[in-house]
Design a protein around this ligand. Structure first.
Ligand SMILES: *Cc1c(COP(=O)(O)O)cnc(C)c1O
Length: 396
């Protein structure tokens, strides 16, 4: 232990996400961008919002990008724009961040949660198929932790049953999905509508709240723009009930300075993930994130699964390891400890404990390690070494 501590004594403090170091790398661009907004005083609907919108359209290949206030608003506006009615069913994974189901419930629609796949932790296509009823109107796949859900089979299901797909790409901006015919598309640009978040810790994060919708459909884009702006097409004439949700000009300036670096950021995450993968691939008691051939992984999170010698979830080991790492100055997080169907606010007579066993198993054993664009080799070596040491200590 002592030689390690000496060896690592000048190491930079390890954080789940290091936004300070990332800022310093492009400080001048960010500062100038912010200063220009202040000088112009166009804090709302400034030209930087439109500039960023166009740059993101170019980057993603989406015909329309509609910037809004945050990722949750984006999901809500997407469901509003599709004209879903009270009682319509919307299928979402039970293993995700709450926002995905929250907006469904808020709009008086019926969330129908389904189980996920143990390896990719993404929506199980078979589970979606079983959950489809005559009331089902939409599927909201979440590209969890930065890898696309199985879009090709999901899109085939949606076509067959005449359903909409709203992609929750809040964690997956820049991930690319390859279809069997060889064509590729970015996360968020494959369904009728895609949603993303620019929350600071997301892969493309601003310095506050922000989000966007993607669509290739001109009519939907017009409706989304109107809904995000009080349901207004002609000023002070309100054609539908809308909301007020917009990306601040200051946030757009930050995002426009960061977007040219997004591919480098993704590569840095993938390099860190490859380091973790190599270190943990052959270890007993940990499973590295499962990959699909169809999607690249942009590693919003790097999430291990801790298991016992029978491959069963080992929640006690996971919790002891997390505490051990914290003692060594290494943050680690459980995303997500409680699946949606076990959340108090989402209690539903249709579901109970045991109904979505894969999600429950994941909730029992996942542990996300530090993942960001500025992890250096020294930090990675320190993390890996202590995960190994911690596991040896905590498995008994
Ligand atoms: C972050 C996130 C959201 C919500 O985004 P906000 O900008 O925080 O509202 C929704 N879904 C998923 C999967 C997310 O990770």
């Amino acid at each position: 232990m002592i030689p390690n501590l000496l060896f690592y004594k000048d190491m930079k403090k390890i954080q789940m996400v290091d936004l300070q170091t990332q800022y310093l790398q492009i400080k001048q661009d960010i500062d100038q961008g912010i200063q220009r907004v202040i000088d112009s005083a166009q804090f709302v609907k400034g030209e930087q919002v439109t500039a960023f919108q166009h740059h993101l359209e170019q980057y993603t290949g989406s015909r329309h990008v509609i910037p809004v206030g945050n990722g949750t608003d984006a999901l809500q506006i997407a469901l509003m724009a599709l004209g879903l009615q009270h009682g319509d069913e919307v299928i979402t994974p039970t293993f995700t961040f709450i926002a995905t189901a929250e907006v469904v419930a808020l709009l008086g629609l019926t969330p129908v949660v389904v189980d996920v796949d143990w390896d990719t932790m993404n929506l199980s296509v078979e589970a979606v198929e079983r959950a489809i009823t005559p009331k089902t109107k939409a599927i909201v796949p979440v590209h969890l932790f930065g890898q696309c859900a199985a879009m090709e089979p999901l899109m085939a299901l949606a076509r067959k049953h005449n359903l909409y797909i709203v992609e929750d790409a809040c964690q997956a901006i820049g991930a690319r999905y390859t279809f069997r015919d060889g064509h590729t598309a970015q996360a968020g640009t494959m369904g009728e509508i895609g949603c993303t978040s620019f929350f600071p810790s997301k892969n493309l994060g601003c310095y506050g709240d922000g989000g966007a919708l993607f669509t290739n459909d001109d009519e939907l884009a017009a409706r989304i723009r109107a809904i995000a702006n009080h349901g207004m097409v002609v000023r002070y004439h309100h054609d539908m009930v809308g909301v007020n949700s917009r990306l601040d000009t200051l946030q757009a300036a930050v995002l426009d300075a960061k977007l040219p670096h997004l591919d480098e950021y993704t590569q840095a995450r993938q390099t860190a993930a490859a380091y973790y993968d190599r270190a943990f691939a052959d270890m007993q008691g940990v499973l590295v994130p499962g990959r699909t051939e169809q999607s690249t992984h942009v590693f919003h999170q790097y999430t291990l699964r801790l298991t016992d010698s029978n491959g069963e979830p080992a929640p006690a080991v996971r919790d002891r390891l997390k505490a051990y790492l914290a003692d060594q100055g290494i943050p680690a997080m459980v995303y997500y400890p409680v699946p949606l169907h076990l959340q108090k606010a989402y209690q539903d007579p249709r579901y109970g404990k045991g109904d979505f066993p894969v999600a429950e198993r994941l909730a029992d054993c996942v542990l996300s390690l530090p993942m960001h664009t500025c992890l250096d080799e020294e930090q990675l070596a320190y993390i890996v070494e202590h995960v190994k040491q911690g596991l040896a200590l905590c498995s008994h």
